[in-house]
Design a binder for this molecule. Structure first.
Ligand SMILES: Nc1ncnc2c1ncn2[C@@H]1O[C@H](COP(=O)(O)OP(=O)(O)OP(=O)(O)O)[C@@H](O)[C@H]1O
Length: 523
């Protein structure tokens, strides 16, 4: 085997973030048959990941976590924005450059049952990335810009068994050249030969690639707590935890710097989860890995992540040091998400926030703040600031019902009836009105607006009804996207209009609204 590469790999500068994400968007284009809006799975996120840290990524199902993780390792193509590793925007890479870069990053998947090919042995599974990337790659760095014309000189050096790091070889001849050979480690006792020949450098390692790869796989199996003998077994012969270990060994095969862990323990029993989490932490220390840790389980995130990003509808609502974010959340959505964590002490009297409705469709996100349709502490228009909280809540529910109806599929006969001005299952507005406002007293002005909107619905113009309510009851939260605000000395940021000076902070408003209206439940 011989390779000739004469480029050095630029090291990430210390103190610099490993990854800088700028206004990243990943959209899934609409089905060409039916057209329509694209799914805005990731809709303009900006953040950094520091070298060696674990960044947690949390949020409800469908908010875009996996898509973001996949885009960072280029398994998904970005629609817009940048993902910078050092100075390289990896969203612009293709072909060989992309393939070479991919070695730096890997992904570990949630379900160890389905992510491993059952027809391959464990050895083949772990070895596959080594084969695909033609491992081991050798990089030769020259000592200087020496213009070398040493001909036919050859240097051999036997590496010590298990030797890691760079081998420096001095090639003699007309001009003496020192070359540092950097290989996918370890050299494990190989004979490394370096030849300078008419301006070309050739390096070879005196072992066949097959043998080197087998040794590497066995070393990896040991690293993740499996045995060499497992090489020839098949995945179905292993437990869930062991299968996840196989997945991790495979991910580490090419010594990536950055690993996306997509729900790596959620399919495992609790006792096994702890072991895998410990393994991941140990590996991080040993190999200086940087993780993006995607999870539903907030207690796991709190336990292992240095910083946490909270995602909602394709946006990062809040990001900052984990402990700070958990104890003193800044963003209304973080408040709501954290309040859903089961309380270890069932008698503890903590206010729970029950969010109404479901997240909007990522095909049709709100015009303003992504969380505006469900936010319990949304800013109200000036004229409704003093309106009774309960009445305000009902208005929001009424608007949400109309929005949800817009998302419900209408059958062709519903559409036909609607066009003919006939009654459809979508025109039962009186019933809805009664359901929402039946047991509260609403002020005359509010009632007039609800009447007006209802009459649009009766005339089968729900869009006009929604627009009317938007104009009347919508605030800055409905109409404008919020800015990112720095909310602590540790540079924690939160996406919310309430951080602007003229408004009360989300936490203060939560205390007032959740306490006062009983939106909190005891359950
Ligand atoms: N290949 C795809 N084509 C079209 N839409 C997709 C595709 N993959 C994901 N989506 C949509 O993109 C949005 C974000 O999905 P994603 O899987 O990234 O969310 P998630 O937060 O990881 O969810 P979960 O926690 O359930 O895994 C969802 O609306 C999803 O339906």
């Amino acid at each position: 085997m011989s390779k000739q590469i004469v480029e050095t790999t630029a090291d990430t500068e210390t103190g610099e973030p490993m990854i800088r994400v700028q206004n990243l968007k990943t959209y899934y284009e609409a089905d060409s048959l039916f057209g329509g809006n694209p799914v805005k799975a990731v809709d303009g996120v900006s953040f950094e990941i520091q070298k060696g840290e674990t960044l947690g990524l949390v949020g409800e199902s469908g908010c875009g976590k996996t898509t973001l993780g996949r885009t960072l390792v280029q398994l998904e193509e970005a629609t817009d924005g940048q993902v910078l590793f050092g100075d390289t925007d990896i969203t612009t890479l293709s072909g060989k450059r992309l393939k070479r870069w991919r070695r730096n990053t890997q992904m570990v998947f949630q379900d160890p049952e389905s992510s491993l090919n059952d027809r391959m042995t464990v050895g083949e599974i772990v070895r596959e990335p080594l084969d695909v990337h033609d491992w081991p790659n050798l990089t030769v760095a020259l000592d200087s810009e020496t213009d070398y014309d040493v001909d036919g000189d050859l240097v051999e050096r036997r590496a010590e068994p298990g030797e890691r790091g760079d081998l420096t070889l001095t090639v003699g001849g007309g001009d003496v050249v020192e070359a540092t050979v950097r290989a996918d480690l370890p050299f494990t006792g190989a004979d490394v030969t370096c030849r300078v020949n008419g301006g070309e450098i050739t390096v070879s390692v005196g072992k066949s690639p097959g043998r080197l790869r087998r040794e590497r796989v066995k070393e990896l199996l040991a690293t993740v707590g499996l045995q060499k003998e497992h090489y020839f077994r098949y995945p179905h012969q292993f437990s869930g935890g062991q299968r996840q270990r196989i997945g991790i060994a495979r991910a580490l095969a090419l010594e990536p710097e950055f690993v996306v862990l997509d729900e790596p323990v959620s399919a495992l029993d609790v006792s096994v989860q702890a072991k895998i989490l410990n393994l991941l932490e140990d590996l991080q220390d040993e190999f200086g890995l940087t993780y993006l840790f995607i999870a539903h389980d907030l207690s796991v995130v709190r336990h292992i992540c240095d910083r946490t990003a909270v995602m909602y509808l394709g946006n990062i609502m809040e990001i900052g040091p984990t402990e700070e974010l958990f104890t003193d959340p800044a963003n209304p959505y973080t408040h709501a998400l954290l309040s859903a964590i089961p309380e270890p002490d069932p008698t503890a009297n903590r206010d729970r926030i029950t969010l109404r409705g479901t997240p909007p469709s990522p095909r049709d996100p709100p015009q303003g703040c992504p969380f505006s349709t469900r936010c319990p502490v949304k800013i109200r228009p000036e004229q409704y600031r003093d309106l009774d909280d309960d009445v305000w809540e009902r208005i929001e529910v009424f608007r949400e019902v109309l929005r949800e109806r817009a998302r419900a599929d209408k059958s062709l006969s519903d559409r036909a009836k609607e066009l003919l001005g006939m009654h459809t299952r979508f025109s039962d507005i009186e019933e809805i009105r009664e359901e929402v406002f039946g047991d509260v007293e609403i002020p005359g002005t509010v009632a007039t607006h609800i009447d007006e909107a209802s009459s649009y619905v009766e005339n089968n113009d729900e869009e006009q009804a929604r627009q009317y309510l938007f104009e009347e009851f919508g605030s800055v939260c409905d109409k404008e996207g919020p800015d990112l605000h720095t909310v602590s000395d540790s540079d924690r940021t939160s996406l919310c209009h309430r951080h602007e000076t003229e408004h009360d902070e989300p936490a203060d408003e939560y205390e007032r609204v959740v306490g006062a209206t009983g939106t909190s439940g005891d359950d």
